[in-house]
Design a protein around this ligand. Structure first.
Ligand SMILES: Cc1ncc(C[n+]2csc(CCOP(=O)(O)OP(=O)(O)O)c2C)c(N)n1
Length: 575
């Protein structure tokens, strides 16, 4: 019979509960509201580490990256009011990405509650499920003996159904109480399998289809289920697209791959989505970015027949009245789908081949001088190891990555695309730092815009401080400096041509800035200089920033600001 632990601080018990859940790394910014937890990290420093970040937004993005990479909740600790408000961007991002994550927030002592005490905020109001889109659950633990129960519930809620972020609020006086409470065992989420009747119906719909298209995505896949999904696609010869910023859900090198269904979608794929007679949306949310603003699939009743498989019942039918809805964990989905017996031949072979040919044709780019971003991305992929993790935030620069990088499918190296479907600027650098610290043997490449980068540039210090990118795996940040919030400038030229307002940027010397943080750095103005700079970064013993100077007129992988402005002016003159 095991004996209950000897009494220890609740803050220590909390750290022990995390260790029992398999956590070995937490991200955060310290605060006086949870000193007892920090003391717990000291107590158990052989088994768990606390990475001190430079801003809670960066810390929360790191936890999101941890959740995406490991499939278990990423862990972030922040202090009350100012810390929690800074961290909120990571919570929102994790919610939109369905990333399992637990945000622990230090709280004012119980006997000070509801006085608007120093930095007091009511997190159930602020982040509660009623806020829609911030957290799946907010718990506030007032009883030290019940801390393991709260941790277990937090992990279960973050993982089960549609994964997502949860918040656990920790009143300061609770954390300093003594407790002999035992920790609870590691949580494994209950898995939902698609119902057999629904699978039979799906087979009937497939047999009746002429031009089907599968769109894969979402969070909760494992390698086995991702392989099984590929076999399902192969058995039925289904062309496969990937949802916005879930481009690693299906192997982009596969002859059935059709491209990504996101911002900057290949226009031929957009047309194919519209022309399909059956859409199988497997695991992916049918959000604004994956549906072309609810136009590729008309809301609420698309012209195409729609099958939607998702882990969360609340997502099924939220917008679209699908013809068939299947609730299933993604770890089960592929395995269930591959059991559907396919006919010997399908009538859509040419359709599937054309879909892949369109994808390949979209890789061919007209050369751009002096700096060709398509070549930059292709060079990165050619030189970087196959299991490289790629990260980005928001901005037009990400369009080159999305269009020209081939992601290899989850069964090969797990998640290799860390990118926010929420379009949160500032995500990429902290996500890259986290990936590098969690997987020191893997190379991590971040592509950032100049606006995007400086939203969390301070996390360069976290990387240096903890030795990221100094081992076998390299850490490389490529900053695309066009001197403008280019995405906004593009929209301005489209809506209000020639009237630039609020989108020009003053920039530091990014290379000098990185060097001041202890990074190596180089500056590249022309395509030919990129390959040697990147090759050097792959050999280096420290993390490297490559500062790219890009003409602001090179707006996207498809058009220029001048062309957008001219079209808008012609439109306005014709009015
Ligand atoms: C946190 C946040 N603030 C504002 C925005 C709105 N926004 C979207 S893209 C963008 C500009 C991005 O500029 P940059 O990083 O320089 O990339 P570029 O578009 O020039 O390639 C802005 C301001 C956002 N998505 N996220």
């Amino acid at each position: 019979m095991s004996h209950p632990p000897t009494p220890r601080l609740a803050g220590h018990a909390l750290v022990e509960a995390l260790i029992a859940q398999g956590v070995d790394t937490c991200f955060g910014v310290p605060g006086e509201s949870y000193l007892a937890v920090l003391d717990g990290f000291h107590q158990h420093r052989e088994r768990i580490r606390f990475i001190a970040c430079r801003q809670e937004g960066g810390a929360a993005f790191m936890a999101d990256a941890q959740g995406k990479l490991g499939g278990r909740p990423g862990i972030c600790f922040v202090t009350r009011g100012p810390g929690a408000t800074n961290a909120s961007i990571g919570l929102h991002t994790a919610f939109q990405d369905s990333t399992p994550m637990v945000l622990f927030i230090g709280q004012v002592a119980g006997d000070q509650r509801d006085r608007e005490a120093f930095q007091e905020v009511d997190y159930r109001q602020m982040f509660g499920p009623g806020t829609l889109g911030m957290a799946k659950w907010v718990g506030e633990c007032h009883d030290a003996d019940r801390l393991p129960e709260y941790v277990a519930r937090a992990f279960r809620t973050a993982l089960q159904g549609r994964p997502g972020p949860v918040v656990v609020v920790l009143p300061e006086d609770m954390l300093t109480r003594e407790t002999a409470t035992p920790v609870l065992p590691r949580i494994e989420p209950a898995q939902a399998w698609p119902a057999p009747g629904a699978l039979r119906e799906l087979r009937t719909m497939l047999l009746a289809a002429k031009q089907p298209l599968l769109i894969a995505g979402g969070s909760g896949w494992d390698a086995e289920s991702a392989s099984a999904l590929q076999r399902f696609a192969e058995n039925w010869q289904l062309p496969v697209g990937c949802g916005f910023r879930f481009q690693d859900s299906f192997d982009n090198r596969h002859p059935l791959y059709a491209g990504d269904v996101g911002i900057g979608i290949n226009p031929r794929l957009a047309q194919r989505v519209k022309d399909a007679d059956l859409i199988l949306a497997i695991g992916v949310r049918l959000g604004e970015m994956t549906t072309g603003g609810y136009t590729l699939l008309e809301a609420p009743r698309p012209k195409q027949k729609l099958v939607h498989l998702h882990a969360g019942p609340e997502e099924l039918g939220r917008v679209y009245a699908a013809d068939l809805m299947l609730q299933s964990s993604l770890a089960c989905a592929g395995k269930a789908l591959e059991t559907l017996a396919a006919p010997l031949a399908v009538p859509w072979r040419a359709w599937a081949e054309a879909a892949h040919a369109d994808y390949e044709a979209n890789h061919v780019a007209a050369p751009v001088a002096p700096l060709d971003m398509a070549e930059v991305v292709k060079t990165v992929q050619r030189l970087a190891p196959a299991d490289t993790v790629y990260t980005n935030g928001a901005g037009n620069y990400s369009g080159w990555l999305h269009r020209y990088l081939r992601y290899f499918g989850l069964q090969h190296h797990g998640r290799t695309q860390l990118a926010p479907t929420s379009g949160a600027m500032g995500y990429g650098l902290p996500a890259a730092v986290a990936a590098s610290l969690l997987h020191p043997g893997r190379t991590v490449v971040n592509l950032a815009g100049d606006g995007d980068f400086l939203m969390n540039g301070q996390e360069l210090a976290t990387a240096t401080g903890y030795g990221a990118g100094t081992g076998e795996g390299k850490l490389i940040s490529i900053v695309v400096d066009n001197g403008t919030y280019g995405t906004i400038r593009m929209h301005q030229e489209r809506e209000y041509p020639g009237r630039v307002s609020g989108s020009d940027l003053f920039n530091p010397d990014f290379a000098a800035l990185a060097q001041a943080y202890g990074w190596r750095a180089s500056r590249v103005d022309a395509t030919a200089a990129f390959e040697p700079a990147f090759a050097e970064a792959l050999r280096a013993g420290e993390p490297t920033l490559i500062h790219l100077k890009l003409d602001a007129d090179v707006s996207t992988s498809r058009t220029t600001l001048a062309a957008i402005r001219a079209a808008a002016q012609a439109r306005d003159t014709a009015r």
